[in-house]
Design a protein around this ligand. Sequence first.
Ligand code: ADE
Length: 249
Amino acid sequence: MGSFSGPIQHIALLFAMEGEARPLLETLSLAEQTNKPGSQYGIRYFEGTLKKLKVTVALNGQDPHHNVDNIGTESAALAAHCLIEAYQPHLVVSAGTAGGFVHHGTKIADIFLSQEHVVRHDHRIAIPGFDTYGQGRFPVLTLNHLPNLLQAKTGIITTGNSLDATEMDLDVISELNAHVKEMEAAAIARVAQRNQTAFLAIKAITDFADSPENHDEFIQNYSAACTKLKDTLVSFLTFLSDGRSFEEL
Ligand code: ADE
């Protein structure tokens, strides 16, 4: 992954929800681009530069029948495919909000960076070969300095297509030793892997994934988590804009 050794000159960030991206789009005054691939799916692109760093943001867009953001793995994979085909960025980041776990000492608005791999907890197929295919385990960037620099935690991130978690989901998540549960990272990482593109996930915690009230927590903490996410992303992009290589992350 990240098969070149020079400075990272182009980063692309994918967000499922516009509200997760809006603070960053406004802070960096990124300009919307038209006539790009994926508009039939609602995918939107924004671009700008920070010193020599090109920054592209892609949003999954909205579902025209339900008028809500296109969250979940199908839309994430489509957007990742369109984004990588159109731009060939050096680094793809799955950015957004996620659920954490009290027993790991996680707090609301904590920031997590992906570690080791991203994986899926609810793609269960108990047939040899398909079982490990379903779980995935897609590679993520190895980080040495970034957690300290961004005052972020690190952990295995697991992806599924529900905001809540069944008992079986929670058992699998525990077996996977995952610290973070969300709905896009593994789908994006799979597309990045197929395209030999480096991948990293950066997630802000809105709720406790094992709490029966996690929907309410998500709504209540969404704005604070998105602000923290924006602050972290601005620090990261500012760091990269000095011309950093993968080895410096
Ligand atoms: N996004 C924010 N919180 C989440 C959760 N608990 N599960 C999946 N995606 C999330």
